[in-house]
Design a protein around this ligand. Structure first.
Ligand SMILES: Cc1ncc(COP(=O)(O)O)c(C=O)c1O
Length: 381
């Protein structure tokens, strides 16, 4: 930690937590380039009628901004439940829905409620790197196992790790970031059956490990890939997390949500800050949800483009991982940083992430994807 001079001869030292000293804040580069294909956003801006509806709703909310918002955001919970029913056919009562400023906040709430000193959380790499930060920020000890070479989970390793570590939380992204790999339902089922009794001892009794299936990219899953939502009814320790940031094309809104048993929702309410979802966020999210069909209209074409791009990358002699998300992990390259820089020189921003040698590209508009392919062909030839 650095000492700062305040008066001559006097120094001032910040009491920063020792485990945070020297760390860099998480965040991918935000740059004005021709093709931003690095953070798995939906490349399509909202349609004029969606913008107009959001503007009207926010203006209406502005008239009572002297008041705190609905702390329990009931209207939004009901709208999210309706959206999930339409998207996946699974009906959830509004009281079984919880939301936050991005699914990042929702998952942090879970770590705040169920993690903490003396508790542990696990996941299997390569996966979304923020999970580790939720653990760090809540003083939850972090256990990271490995995935198989093809990025699927090794269920025996999952079982062994659960039994040995007795974590209070297991986080599994499906589709996984950065690999795009979705979990088959029977695997989630088997993991949940094991996790029912692998949590820490609570009052001398076995507890359950909370299994979070992070479905941030679920709407991009291929035909026939089910959602873990289908398992919720009979699995009280399962949480399914979703977001409006990806397929829903509302990353700027910051609205993520989860659905789980009432006991889990009650627990996260203990740790949330009061009025964490602003009246402006609630109004904008409700307006956006009224246009769910329009906002998700491009999902089918993004999926199609993704599958074509996988083939294109393979035709270049590269490995491209089958993806159920809106991005593709591809490689391996001897010097992935050089490839990243060469693409950036051509106005294309992708992400250096995943195992050594691999890169991740988000599916953009057809024009952006074409520019990416042309540039990569030049670099890779
Ligand atoms: C797997 C996964 N989960 C969650 C998130 C967080 O999304 P948000 O906080 O925008 O809902 C991301 C963002 O990239 C992600 O890749």
């Amino acid at each position: 930690m650095s000492d700062m001079e305040i008066n001559e001869g006097e120094t001032w030292t910040l009491p920063l937590r020792e485990d945070l000293a020297g760390l860099e804040p998480y965040g991918a580069p935000q740059m004005e380039v021709a093709a931003r294909l690095n953070v798995n956003e939906n490349p399509y801006a909202p349609a004029p009628e969606v913008i107009a509806d959001i503007a009207t709703s926010v203006a209406r909310a502005a008239a009572s901004l002297n008041r705190y918002p609905d702390r329990d955001f009931w209207e939004l919970r009901a709208a999210l439940a309706n959206y999930l029913a339409a998207e996946s056919g699974v009906c959830r009562a509004p009281e079984l829905i919880w939301a936050g400023n991005g699914s990042n906040e929702v998952m942090l709430h879970l770590f705040q409620a169920f993690g903490g000193p003396g508790r542990s959380a696990i996941s299997f790499a390569p996966t979304y790197s923020m999970y580790h930060e939720y653990a760090r920020d809540t003083h939850t000890s972090w256990v990271q196992g490995a995935r198989l070479d093809d990025f699927r989970l090794d269920l025996d390793v999952v079982e062994e790790t659960l039994r040995r570590k007795r974590p209070s939380l297991l986080v599994l992204a499906s589709p996984n970031n950065p690999t795009g790999t979705a979990l088959p339902l029977h695997e989630v089922q088997r993991i949940c059956a094991i996790a029912a009794h692998t949590g820490p001892l609570v009052g001398g009794q076995d507890s359950s490990t909370i299994v979070i299936v992070d479905e941030a990219y679920a709407e991009f899953r291929r035909e026939g890939t089910p959602s873990a939502l289908e398992l919720l009814e009979n699995t009280p320790h399962l949480v399914v997390s979703r977001t409006m940031s990806k397929a829903f094309a509302m990353a700027g809104l910051r609205l993520g949500y989860m659905t789980a048993a009432k006991e889990i929702i009650d627990a996260v309410m203990l740790v949330r800050l009061p009025y964490h979802l602003s009246a402006v966020t609630q109004a904008a999210a409700l307006a956006a949800l009224r246009h769910a069909d329009t906002l998700r209209a491009q999902v089918a074409s993004l999926r199609e483009e993704r599958d074509q791009l996988v083939l294109r990358l393979r035709a270049m002699g590269l490995h491209a991982v089958d993806s159920d998300a809106n991005f593709i992990l591809f490689g391996p390259f001897k010097d992935r940083h050089a490839v990243f820089r060469a693409l950036l020189d051509r106005g294309i921003l992708i992400r250096v992430v995943g195992p050594e040698g691999w890169l991740r590209v988000t599916i953009g508009t057809p024009e952006e994807t074409a520019a990416f392919v042309t540039a990569l062909e030049e670099i890779h030839s």
